[in-house]
Design a protein around this ligand. Structure first.
Ligand code: PAF
Length: 288
């Protein structure tokens, strides 16, 4: 049931700290859902997870420049703050934190977060500097809001695993919750970037989900031709008009591609593809 409540909209660090501080004084558990806005049903399901698990929820809305490569869609990225605030209000969110670049970044930043190994495969391999930018901003958001819990989606699984690692290594006292992937009726994972697809591309787009689902059904510890099966699905996707960045199966912990699956392991079956200029990602977890 959607509730209409008063929502705080804070642009400054002090403002959001005051709001969160007053909740904490009342003994309330605070949840954070970091977003870049343009909220869709995928975000709303993350927000609902936070609302279920915390007493008060902050949604941050900030299109973080440092996670976009020079040829990526930072300028075109949809910005619709008023509409996003309305959606947050309808979901029972207590506060929206929507800072400017000047608030989140110093004129000159001397420090950065470096990543070893975990950004060398999957999206990290083709989006240089992307995950360093994500960790930099999420670390700042964690320090500003100081939530008790934070929700991130499984759709960006490499991002989730890196944030989990950051929480562990940097000793953030924050519980992470992984939100499920929300899909359209035909299986396409909901994404802000789906709006870039033409009608024709939109009908082709669920092909990525179908390939992952097929592989999930077929793969297991008894299969010794994993790469052959994956190669076959790559060919099928290319024949449908996708350009493949990667489609593979990765170890959940090391994010390395694997050749043979073992029992008692979790794997990520993941793909990133282009339809024209639009990059689509999707994944499924395999617990064996
Ligand atoms: O997943 C996203 O939308 C972004 O990467 C995040 C976590 C909000 C950081 O800018």
């Amino acid at each position: 049931m959607k509730q209409q409540v008063d929502i705080e909209v804070a642009e400054a660090v002090d403002e959001i700290r005051e709001v969160v501080g007053s909740w904490k004084k009342q003994g309330k558990a605070v949840g954070l859902v970091p977003t870049m806005g343009a909220l869709h049903s995928g975000h709303l399901s993350l927000i609902r997870r936070a609302v279920e698990n915390a007493d008060e929820v902050v949604v941050s809305i900030y299109v973080n420049p440092t996670q976009f490569g020079p040829d990526e869609d930072y300028e075109e990225y949809p910005r619709q703050l008023e509409d996003d605030i309305k959606k947050c209000r309808e979901e029972g969110v207590g506060a929206v934190f929507c800072p400017s670049d000047e608030i989140m970044y110093e004129d000159r930043e001397y420090l950065s977060i470096q990543i070893d190994q975990l950004n060398e495969t999957m999206c990290g391999a083709s989006r240089e500097g992307h995950f360093e930018g994500v960790l930099q901003i999420v670390n700042k958001l964690f320090n500003v809001v100081k939530p008790d819990l934070a929700v991130f989606g499984q759709k960006d699984i490499q991002q989730y695993i890196l944030i989990e690692q950051m929480v562990r290594e940097f000793k953030h006292d924050i519980r992470l919750i992984q939100g499920d992937i929300v899909r359209a009726n035909d299986g396409l994972a909901v994404s802000s970037r789906n709006r870039y697809l033409s009608d024709e591309q939109r009908t082709i787009a669920p092909g990525l989900y179908r390939s992952l689902r097929y592989l999930k059904q077929q793969l297991g510890p008894d299969v010794d031709n994993v790469s052959l099966m994956i190669r076959h699905q790559q060919d099928e996707l290319e024949a449908k008009g996708f350009e493949i960045d990667y489609l593979n199966i990765f170890d959940y912990k090391t994010l390395e591609p694997i050749e043979q699956m073992e029992s008692d392991h979790t794997y990520i079956l993941a793909g990133a593809v282009y339809l024209g200029e639009t990059r689509l990602i999707d994944n499924m977890l395999l617990r064996i």
